[in-house]
Ligand binder design. Structure first.
Ligand SMILES: Cc1ncc(COP(=O)(O)O)c(C=O)c1O
Length: 397
């Protein structure tokens, strides 16, 4: 039946097809080397350990493990302790379990934002952040992000100061999607102080922090949050497995009743079984060794990708050098349009995400995002070489 046979809501009518989803369809062809995804290394997902934890929960807890249930308190308590180890002292009452960071973004956007109201995001950012701001008809104010030190603090201050006051801001802290950059340590306290000074909730979207393979961990923005204005979003998607669909919001305990009621309109609750299995996984001390293994694999692949870029593209491209996460951002000469180049890349059997997808106004058309985590080192080298051929061809036209 054609869509116009239904009387959709305005939001429903305005929904655009996801360009990224459309592009990723080409990347599933097994002959295509996909540098387009954002998945952790499949070979390093903890299959056996998770299977044991799920089996244990099912035999120990019986039908309870398969029932509706309130948020699993031992998991909230573990997350609170984990946050404490990252410099964010908090209690289980300040942790709300979600189905991952996209869910957290959707919940907080509903909590703060009415249609037409201002929200602050980065000029180039994860498409899921567009969805909960632009997609909800916010008046979006955008911030430039420095490729070495992260979001521009001065622009953040200007955007928060401007009238009318924004309802919230969203920043990605570590190993940005798609830019690969982390917000410099010295900027983090300033960002928290500005959110407090102007009374604007700052949503800190931080799913990649546990995936560091170089350098020392930096405490998140929330570690500097004395006013309770920073809402931290953490996720088990990248640190453990995306299919668990589990994450959390660290937020003031006073707001938990509202967040709980709001969330009930989406999906009632996260999976009882997986909340318990993840609790078992962390209680057995399996998380740290898993993170070490997966980050080491990602680090080696990142090195392979940077070396391949150096070998094949150093004369025409610049790229980020992430210390963690799963993405490298590649900037090409002005005038080159990576969306137009995409179909030629597919003919050469390599896929990436065109940079324009990540900016609200479609700028950054001459950039692209590459993923290194879920591709073998051989395929990375081959893929970058194919990409270089496509870029050179486009440059000579
Ligand atoms: C910056 C960012 N935020 C949120 C998400 C959504 O993550 P989750 O799987 O936890 O919902 C992603 C996923 O790629 C992401 O890159």
């Amino acid at each position: 039946m054609p869509t116009d046979a239904f009387r959709l809501s305005r939001v429903g009518q305005n929904l655009q097809r996801s360009v990224m989803r459309d592009l990723l369809r080409f990347a599933v062809d097994p002959n295509v080397i996909s540098l387009a995804g954002g998945l952790p290394a499949s070979e390093h997902l903890p299959l056996d350990d998770l299977r044991e934890c799920i089996d244990l929960v099912l035999s120990r807890d019986g039908p309870k493990a398969l029932q509706y249930s309130p948020q699993h308190l031992p998991l909230r308590a573990w997350i609170a302790e984990y946050m404490g180890s990252k410099g964010v002292p908090c209690t289980a009452e300040e942790i709300f379990i979600t189905n991952g960071n996209q869910h957290g973004l959707a919940i907080l956007s509903r909590l703060f934002l009415d249609q037409g109201e201002p929200a602050v995001i980065e000029e180039v950012t994860f498409t899921g952040i567009h969805q909960v701001t632009v997609g909800r008809e916010a008046e979006v104010r955008t911030l430039p992000t420095d490729l070495d030190s992260g979001v521009c603090v001065e622009s953040f201050a200007e955007a928060l100061k401007a009238s009318p006051k924004p309802k919230f801001a969203v920043l990605i802290t570590d190993f940005h999607n798609p830019l690969g950059v982390s917000i410099a340590e010295e900027k983090r306290a300033e960002l928290a102080a500005l959110a407090a000074r102007y009374g604007v909730p700052l949503i800190e979207d931080d799913p990649y922090a546990p995936l560091r393979f170089r350098g020392g961990a930096i405490p998140p923005i929330k570690a500097h949050d004395e006013a309770g204005m920073v809402f931290y979003l953490g996720s088990f998607s990248k640190m453990l497995a995306p299919a668990l669909r589990l994450g959390w919001i660290a937020a003031p305990a006073d707001l938990m009743a509202r967040i709980t009621t709001l969330r009930e309109s989406f999906d009632l609750e996260s999976s009882t079984l997986f909340q318990r299995a993840v609790t078992e996984f962390v209680d057995r001390g399996l998380l740290e060794p898993h993170l070490q293994r997966i980050s080491a694999a990602h680090g080696a692949r990142r090195d392979t990708m940077l070396a391949a870029l150096e070998r094949h593209l150093s004369d025409v491209a610049r790229w980020s050098k992430p210390e963690g996460g799963v993405f490298v951002w590649v900037s090409l000469p002005e005038g080159l349009e990576t969306t137009e180049m995409f179909h030629r890349a597919i003919e050469k059997q390599v896929a990436y995400i065109p940079g324009g997808v990540f900016s609200v106004d479609g700028s950054t058309k001459n950039a692209l995002r590459l993923n290194f985590s879920n591709v073998t080192p051989e395929a990375i080298d081959d893929g970058v070489q194919r990409l270089a051929t496509v870029i050179r061809q486009a440059l000579h036209e």
